[in-house]
Design a protein around this ligand. Structure first.
Ligand code: FES
Length: 129
């Protein structure tokens, strides 16, 4: 009995993982992607207008540090390396928490920044600690 379940589990996991991985990371022609990068890991997701970076991460099971979700702790701080023009302007909370130089260099708060237009966006998680 144990052997049956062991083999069944191995078959299922080896059969599902490659497809699951491909579905989440492959870009289809003409598709716009939001690439979330955290350390060595990255995942492409479909960008949705009006949704924050943090919500994109949470909705797609990407572990993205957060605590307050109101712009004060900066655990969700990130660097926008592509597509900053497709995101909302820094709001009051971001301007209060981040230095003007940081904002100019492309650093934002994931819980405050929303996608405004569809397009290719790359975001790297960059907390202070
Ligand atoms: S979760 Fe605290 S600033 Fe974004």
């Amino acid at each position: 009995m144990f052997k049956f379940w062991k083999n069944r589990t191995l078959k299922r996991s080896s059969a599902l993982k490659p497809d699951h991985y491909r579905l989440k990371t492959e870009k289809r022609e003409g598709e716009r992607t939001l690439l979330l990068v955290k350390g060595e890991h990255q995942r492409s997701v479909v960008p949705e207008a009006g949704v924050t970076i943090l919500q994109h991460a949470e909705n797609n099971e990407v572990e993205w540090n957060s605590f307050c979700k109101r712009g004060t702790c900066a655990r969700c701080r990130c660097e926008i390396t592509e597509g900053i023009g497709l995101l909302s302007e820094p709001n009051e909370a971001e301007q209060a928490r981040l230095d003007p130089e940081e904002i100019e260099e492309g650093y934002r708060l994931g819980c405050q920044t929303t996608v405004t237009e569809s397009g290719d966006i790359t975001i790297k998680h960059a907390p202070y600690f």
